[in-house]
Design a protein around this ligand. Structure first.
Ligand SMILES: Nc1ncnc2c1ncn2[C@@H]1O[C@H](COP(=O)(O)OP(=O)(O)O)[C@@H](O)[C@H]1O
Ligand SMILES: [Mg+2]
Length: 356
């Protein structure tokens, strides 16, 4: 491998080294256990919108942050409340990432993971038709600007490598799916099929793969949180597979990432559940006349809530809805702010859980 020459000799999967050693298998068991617990915890969340905004959007935010697309939670949730109006380009990109993840999740209900889906995901993220790279020149550089890797070139070479990857994902070869996931992520990034968006597309595929294998029911795993915290190791890990064949270290890194983030995501899901239960109790005792399950859910689905969301959810008509939100503010559950002509009711407790 010469960092300046397209790596058209990138070896196909499975890796030629023995991956199922004792420490990897032990770690895989722990990661499976954590994922199974997360899968169970997610079932307790009543409303899909809460998961999408609470977890999926956070994964979208941090996966984008790995690529230096940085947005605060306040900007993001405000943008999510007013998708058409937002002018913040980074918040927009994060919302596109969420859309891409959700698109992939729905695709899997009909068809298995495949090159076509990878392209669709990258195109949603980039907001344009980019297709597989056709022209040479894509390179990966380190923070000093030195080229460390040149991915394979030539559309048919790239497509062949993606076909091998697809086949590997679905082969009944007895390889543990979490070990497969680690191999998948390296390989996808090493193929680097697009001009841009490879990191984010690859991290979406990771989560979709877990759904495809039945290890998660919903596409929620806060994997990017761990990757962001350990970003230098993430880059070194990928690089060392190419340069030194360090597969074992890479698989261990990914298994640790899965285990840690499954536990963290579960804590977050539990935190949201507990906060919802408390809010429910409070409203039931202090303002029973306005209580409904839907009202509690809507303020947990929209951390930046607006009167219109209550109208859309058919909870109340405009004036009554305004009164409801005011009452919830008096109870200390929400805090209103006015931005431009729009009034938002912020669920501070939820924002705190999401920002951890
Ligand atoms: N040495 C490397 N070998 C292969 N892939 C790498 C290497 N270093 C970084 N990457 C991957 O490349 C991604 C960045 O590629 P890019 O196309 O710019 O994605 P995005 O637009 O989502 O930022 C990183 O997030 C990482 O997954
Ligand atoms: Mg990029």
């Amino acid at each position: 491998m010469n960092p300046n020459h397209p790596y058209n000799d990138l070896p196909p999967l499975p890796p030629a080294v023995e991956l199922e050693n004792v420490s990897i298998l032990k770690k895989a068991i722990e990661a499976h256990k954590a994922l199974a617990e997360l899968k169970g915890a997610v079932k307790s969340i009543p409303n899909q919108g809460i998961l999408v905004n609470g977890i999926v959007l956070q994964e979208a935010r941090l996966s984008s942050e790995i690529e230096n697309i940085v947005t605060t939670n306040d900007e993001l949730y405000r943008a999510a409340a007013d998708e058409k109006l937002t002018s913040n380009p980074h918040a927009k990109e994060v919302l596109l990432y969420r859309e891409a993840l959700w698109h992939g999740f729905n695709y899997l209900k009909k068809k298995p993971l495949a090159t076509n889906l990878f392209i669709e995901i990258a195109e949603i993220i980039k907001g344009k038709n980019i297709g597989i790279r056709k022209v040479p020149g894509t390179k990966i550089a380190n923070s000093k600007g030195e080229v460390i890797y040149t991915p394979p070139e030539g559309e048919s070479v790239i497509r062949d490598k993606l076909s091998n990857l697809e086949k590997f994902l679905h082969d009944e070869d007895g390889i543990d799916p979490l070990i497969k996931l680690a191999a998948l992520h390296y390989q996808f990034e090493a193929i680097h099929p697009f001009i841009d968006g490879n990191g984010r597309t690859g991290r979406i595929i990771n989560i979709l793969f877990l759904v495809e294998k039945g290890l998660l029911d919903k596409p929620i795993l806060f994997l990017s949180h761990y990757i962001l915290r350990t970003r230098p190791n993430y880059y070194i890990g990928l690089r060392n597979v190419t340069e030194k064949g360090s597969w074992v270290d890479w698989v261990m890194y990914m298994l640790e990432a899965i285990e840690t983030t499954a536990l963290e995501t579960q804590q977050r899901v539990d935190g949201i559940n507990t906060a919802m239960e408390k809010a429910q109790m409070l409203v039931k005792t202090k303002a029973p006349k306005i209580y409904s399950k839907d009202l509690i859910e809507v303020i947990f689905e929209h951390p930046y809530c607006k009167i219109r969301f209550l109208e859309d959810a058919k909870i109340a008509k405009r004036q009554t809805a305004a009164l409801y939100l005011q009452t919830l503010e008096e109870l200390g559950l929400l805090k209103s702010i006015k931005i431009g002509s729009e009034k938002y009711y912020i669920n501070k407790k939820l924002m705190k859980i999401l920002s951890k």
